[in-house]
Ligand binder design. Structure first.
Ligand SMILES: O=C(O)CCC(=O)C(=O)O
Ligand SMILES: [Fe+2]
Length: 325
């Protein structure tokens, strides 16, 4: 995307307009490099120690030898727990090209790097509101490894990295952030969005933020994928992508040879939320996201999707009225 930043402004008018029109924008170099470099060292060490490798595969991952990054051979995933604190999702997911380190989502060094970093939080506050839920966890580190179909050494046909999986996320979606921990070049797994899809998907829900798809949801989604050209976010390390929670998105196509390292976080208004039990009853228990369902949410407004955002007319929303009133 064009660089619309204005020095000295947390979010420029042009950035805000771009975000409202397209449902996302990128802040380049937002992360503190002094926190970023040691964080990536720690993430690598954690991944090497904790993610199990397929026994007998002979594969050994090495940070120093990028040739070992291709076609990772992880051990089979155990089934996701059906009850308990990790219901629905193992703390680490390792499936082909994707590794999701949810287990580090509450680590201080990562909370300090992204959602609790002053510069990052300042952007979220200007967009969404000053009174945001304190960040105690993130989704975690999502790595996309390079893959190549061994049957086609030319690399033209890639097994798992060659297609997109457009979707929107569940639970409560207001403002989300993806931070690149290393440079992401074209066709290397960059987070991919469907510009403008947030407006259509917003209207395909009953409520503003809580997961509440209308019967039209799937048709609207199919139309988005048919009509809108996906936009792959290529950016250098330290860049942070902010996206509206209803924006259709996907992990990117990856026909390159590097690892796409990204950290994912959620921002929501600091309002009363449902209990874990209520989330379980609704089939919306996602322990690894800091995106709890609001106890009361506003019905979607047909004519003002930004009515509860601080970016609206440049005004900051500091206090929220009870939607029931
Ligand atoms: O890793 C990515 O780029 C996308 C991940 C994602 O969309 C998700 O897990 O919901
Ligand atoms: Fe997603």
């Amino acid at each position: 995307m064009p660089d619309l930043a204005v020095p000295g402004e947390v979010v420029s008018k042009a950035e805000m307009d771009f975000f409202m029109k397209n449902g996302f924008f990128v802040k380049k170099g937002l992360l503190d490099p002094l926190k970023l470099a040691p964080a990536l060292d720690q993430i690598w060490a954690h991944l090497l120690e904790r993610v199990p490798v397929l026994e007998g595969s002979g594969w050994e991952l090495s940070r120093e030898d990028s040739a070992t990054w291709m076609n990772p051979q992880w051990a089979p995933m155990p089934p996701h727990p059906t009850s308990g604190p990790y219901q629905g999702r193992q703390p680490i997911e390792h499936m082909g090209r994707i590794v999701k380190l949810h287990d580090v989502g509450d680590a201080d060094y990562l909370l300090d790097l992204l959602p609790n970093d002053q510069s990052v939080r300042a952007v979220a506050e200007v967009l969404l509101g000053e009174d945001l839920r304190p960040s105690v966890r993130m989704r975690g580190v999502y790595a996309v490894f390079p893959t190549k179909d061994p049957a086609d050494p030319s690399g033209k046909r890639r097994l798992s990295g060659a297609s997109l999986g457009p979707h929107t996320d569940q639970v409560c979606q207001q403002l989300n952030a993806a931070a690149y921990l290393d440079d992401v070049s074209p066709r290397s797994g960059g987070f991919t969005v469907y510009p403008g899809s947030h407006k259509r998907m917003f209207q395909a829900h009953e409520y503003e933020s809580n997961w509440s798809p209308l019967p039209s949801y799937h048709d609207v989604m199919n139309k988005v994928v048919e009509d809108i050209e996906p936009y792959e976010l290529v950016a250098e390390k330290g860049s942070v992508i902010f996206w509206h929670g209803r924006t259709v998105h996907s992990a990117g196509i990856h026909t390159g040879s590097s690892i796409r390292w990204a950290l994912f976080a959620d921002f929501t208004h600091n309002r009363e939320v449902m209990s874990d039990e209520e989330h379980r009853d609704l089939g919306q228990f996602e322990w690894f996201k800091d995106a709890k369902l609001f106890r009361d949410d506003w019905p979607v407004s047909v004519d003002d999707m930004w009515r509860n955002w601080s970016l609206r007319k440049g005004r900051k929303v500091e206090k929220y009225t009870d939607p029931k009133r």
